[in-house]
Design a protein around this ligand. Structure first.
Ligand code: SF4
Ligand code: SF4
Length: 386
């Protein structure tokens, strides 16, 4: 007999009886056996840096919060995370924890499918069985790949250049800290742990860790984080430069913010394959949807643009974002924008986020055409002409 499901327990009572829950037919079944062979798996020798950090934060909150409810929930969370106490291995001095962020089974997370030994800490590589179960030959190959990447990283860092994916970029985010409100959004959202905080919560920038994704720029409500060649103002000016047809012209204007890593190459592939799409669309490439500053949406809609579509990488457990959570962060920011739009008597559906991978280039014309149809049904932006 063959059964597939979750083994709940094995009873040894003369004969062995295996209790299986959630079998393929949905029942709980028992299977009698003479011999049980247990599968073995590799358990990584790594620590979960983010949970260690959360343990310390929860403890701190449990001791210092003024709210008794926060003290209670923080104490409960600290209790849950207690098993991470003293598990530090790398002892990195990062605001986001002393070790690498890990996945479900404890292996370090990597934002790059092609270079899986890359970790979410620039210049730190998890090779061989440290990052995935594999045999000795694979581990040797993996180690070689990681060593080559490390050499490349050192060379590029010496020249002040970013490593993958914006390899060779020599710009850095500039923080105009005189106007910083210490809100900590940039330090919390930076996917590579580039920003630590001083005691007051002011960001401390470590340039060698930076991948130039621009997520800090998108996160900052004060708009004081900018690059020389990529800034909140620059994109706002691009939006301003688009001609917005009057409502009697019956041509909705759509602004599409597209991630340069997957969405834009997908658009180029679609174009190379002869695809055409809605002519009302104007496209602005962005480093990552996470670099989208809410002010761009306000700028576009207040100028009469009928809709803004954001196209970026897939998020969730199997995320494809080169900057880990860029499109997910943009999605969270949009949740907060919905209410503001309603207050302005604008339909929240005028702003839409779509997840797309490079190989889904054939979807692009449909995505843009469907959005144009939705806007057509909604009618022109009531702020047109003001
Ligand atoms: S550009 Fe990206 S990696 Fe660099 S500090 Fe900002 S969020 Fe962090
Ligand atoms: S997001 Fe802006 S205001 Fe907030 S801490 Fe960072 S730099 Fe300061």
């Amino acid at each position: 007999m063959m059964a597939r499901g979750d083994v709940e327990k094995i009873e040894a009572n003369g004969k062995l009886k295996i209790h299986v829950a959630n079998s393929m037919l949905g029942d709980n079944v028992q299977v009698e056996a003479d011999l049980v062979v247990l599968a073995v798996g590799m358990v990584p020798n790594s620590a979960d840096g983010e949970l260690i950090r959360e343990l310390h934060d929860s403890r701190h909150q449990a001791e210092t919060s003024e709210s008794s409810q926060v003290r209670e929930t923080s104490a409960a969370r600290a209790e849950e995370l207690l098993k991470h106490e003293g598990t530090e291995i790398l002892n990195l001095e990062y605001r986001q924890g002393p070790d690498l962020p890990t996945l479900k089974y404890g292996f370090p997370d990597s934002p790059f499918i092609c270079f899986p030994y890359e970790s979410r800490r620039t210049g730190v590589y998890a090779a061989g069985t440290v990052h995935a179960p594999m045999d000795a030959v694979q581990a040797a190959e993996d180690g070689l790949g990681a060593a080559m990447k490390a050499v490349q990283c050192i060379e590029m860092a010496k020249r002040g250049e970013a490593v993958h994916p914006r390899a060779g970029d020599t710009g850095y985010p500039d923080f105009f800290l005189q106007r910083c409100t210490q809100c900590k959004r940039c330090t919390e959202e930076c996917p590579f742990g580039t920003l630590n905080e001083d005691e007051k919560g002011t960001p401390e920038f470590f340039p060698l860790r930076c991948r130039r994704c621009g997520i800090c720029m998108g996160a900052c409500p004060e708009r004081i984080v900018n690059f020389q060649d990529y800034s909140v103002l620059m994109v706002a000016e691009m939006i301003k430069a688009f001609e917005v047809p009057e409502d009697y012209e019956e041509k909705p204007r759509i602004v599409a913010l597209m991630c340069e890593n997957d969405a834009l190459p997908a658009l180029e592939t679609a174009a190379a394959n002869g695809a055409t799409w809605n002519p009302w669309t104007r496209i602005i490439p962005v480093r990552c949807l996470g670099s989208m500053n809410i002010v761009w949406l306000a700028e576009a809609l207040s100028r009469g643009v009928d809709g803004v579509i954001l196209i970026g990488c897939k998020f969730g457990d199997d995320y494809q974002c080169h900057y880990v959570r860029g499109s997910e962060l943009a999605n969270t920011r949009l949740d907060n924008v919905g209410e503001t739009l309603e207050r302005l008597a604008l339909e929240p559906e005028r702003v839409k986020l779509v997840e797309l991978s490079h190989d889904e280039f054939e979807r692009i014309p449909t995505i843009l055409d469907e959005f144009a149809e939705e806007l057509d049904e909604m009618g022109p932006n009531p702020l047109k002409g003001f």
